[in-house]
Design a protein around this ligand. Structure first.
Ligand code: HEC
Length: 116
């Protein structure tokens, strides 16, 4: 997956193709982890993380706001579970294919209710 990714410039624009860029969006003194001590000294972690990402076209709801199940999945689930429900690009989220063979409807509802 990494070998097939686009790369080569710190400011390479994201497209629908997998792209590695550095510095990434989680690098430098960005979100997460800064704190002050009682003397007022602020500590900011310096992170140097590359990113491996891409843009994904999402389905949009109809003008009247109604959505199909596929649109709802595209809007709310695909960013983690992948557009085809197989898994996301780096395997860090579980596949939802054949989820009905592994979990009951009640169990899936429990996952969704407890993940908000
Ligand atoms: C921000 C990322 C993210 C989003 C968005 C997301 N999920 Fe998940 N989902 C996860 C992670 C991480 C797990 C694994 C949790 C664990 O193992 O404890 C998971 C687990 C699940 C599971 C259980 C899978 C199994 O094999 O046990 C189901 C079902 C599920 N998600 C459905 C959905 C649905 C439906 C949506 C959209 C409404 C959704 N998820 C949106 C990250 C996400």
């Amino acid at each position: 997956m990494l070998r097939k990714s686009r790369t080569g410039s710190p400011y390479i624009p994201l497209t629908s193709a997998r792209t590695v860029f550095f510095p990434g969006t989680d690098g430098g003194a960005q979100w997460g982890g800064s704190a002050t001590d009682p003397d007022g000294i602020i500590y900011i972690p310096g992170k140097q993380n590359p990113c491996h990402s891409s843009l994904v076209k999402r389905e949009q709801p109809a003008e009247n706001g109604s959505v199909t199940g596929a649109q709802l999945y595209s809007l709310c689930c695909a960013s983690c579970h992948g557009t085809d429900r197989r898994v996301n690009h780096d395997g860090s989220y579980p596949s939802l294919l054949a989820i009905d063979k592994r979990l009951s409807v009640d169990a899936v509802n429990q996952v969704l209710l407890h993940s908000t």
